[in-house]
Design a binder for this molecule. Structure first.
Ligand code: RIB
Length: 326
């Protein structure tokens, strides 16, 4: 049975550092946190299992790790989680990884050390840190983003189908050079939406950081192409805002010169002019279903994990109207 000293040796840190990482101490250098979590996983280290299970069976805390607390997409999703948690006797601790896998690893360590009763995670990257959680026996549910190579309960929206419907809508409206702005490689929502886009179109593609400025810069890069696209599918809400800001700055008429469709509905999508066509996700339902799965998993640890895919909905508005005849 590996000890804390074996972990320390493998991670080339002191045993005290290993203890600090597993106790969620935020002063530990993220690179060290990553090394410790890797060693824990590789050695199969288990902090005092009996004490841990005793403590966990008494904790009623869930860690909900989201990738961007600044993104309104997560607001109603977390609300769906919290409503079920409260009803089931649990409380939620919200953690923001800022689309940063190192920061995600710090929160994973905290969830481990605080003996959280369960974790719901929208991973910001390769899901490496989450694997440590899963290996530790902590009940984990993946939400919104799949955890690669992990066999856990998962709740996502139909990212590929939603992106295909958005792109097909632009093609059927008569747009012929349709581009795509998506998120980073390795984030499942970004990759699956790009795959859905490619089912219909094969135009220029830009990858950005799922944030507003990234969307702005990606759109500016597309406008600088020798042959400009006549439509763009943008794979999340904040990048769509940035893209719209860029089009306004460059005085590109939407939908006159360029058609636009975003992913994730926005409260004001109806109010801006032109109103924005979007692919809406069932965000509250994503949270509610994930929380129900976690309650069931806590009470029944064994059993094959479920993967639930919820439908998206294309909300057609002005920004993707048929282009004017040449
Ligand atoms: O940045 C938020 C986006 O990433 C949303 O589209 C959500 O699906 C998440 O994956």
């Amino acid at each position: 049975m590996p000890t804390i000293y074996d972990v320390a040796r493998q991670a080339a840190v002191s045993a005290a550092t290993v203890s600090r990482v597993l106790n969620g101490n935020k002063t530990v250098d993220p690179a060290m946190v990553a090394r410790v979590l890797t060693a824990v996983r590789e050695l199969g280290y288990r902090p005092n299992a009996v004490a841990r299970n005793l403590r966990r069976s008494q904790t009623t805390l869930w860690a909900v790790i989201i990738s961007d607390i600044g993104n309104p997409f997560f607001t109603s999703m977390v609300r769906g989680i919290e409503d079920v948690a409260q009803h089931s006797g649990y409380s939620v601790v919200l953690c923001n990884s800022d689309e940063n896998p190192d920061k995600e690893a710090v929160y994973v360590a905290a969830a481990l050390s605080q003996q959280m009763a369960g974790v719901i995670i929208a991973s910001s990257g390769n899901g490496k840190a989450a694997k440590t959680l899963i290996d530790s026996g902590t009940p984990v549910v993946a939400i919104d983003r799949e955890l690669p190579r992990a066999s856990v309960d998962t709740v996502v929206a139909d990212n590929e189908g939603g992106a295909e419907a958005a792109t097909r809508h632009l093609a059927e409206a008569g747009y012929q050079r349709i581009a795509c702005i998506t998120g980073p490689e390795g984030v499942s929502t970004a990759d699956l939406r790009l795959r859905g886009y490619h089912r219909v179109a094969d135009g220029p593609v830009r990858r950005a950081d799922l944030r507003e400025q990234g969307g702005y810069d990606a759109m500016a890069s597309l406008l600088a192409e020798d042959e400009r696209p006549d439509a763009v599918f943008v794979a999340n809400n904040l990048m769509a805002v940035g893209a719209m800001r860029c089009l306004a700055k460059h005085k590109v008429a939407v939908p006159g010169e360029l058609g636009l469709v975003g992913f994730d509905d926005l409260p004001w999508a109806d109010l801006v002019r032109p109103s924005l066509t979007t692919v809406a996700q069932p965000t509250y339902e994503l949270g509610r279903v994930a929380a129900r799965l976690l309650v069931d998993r806590i009470h029944t640890p064994a059993g094959k994990p479920s993967t639930i895919v919820l439908p998206t909905e294309l909300h057609v508005r002005e920004s993707s109207a048929r282009p004017p005849a040449p």
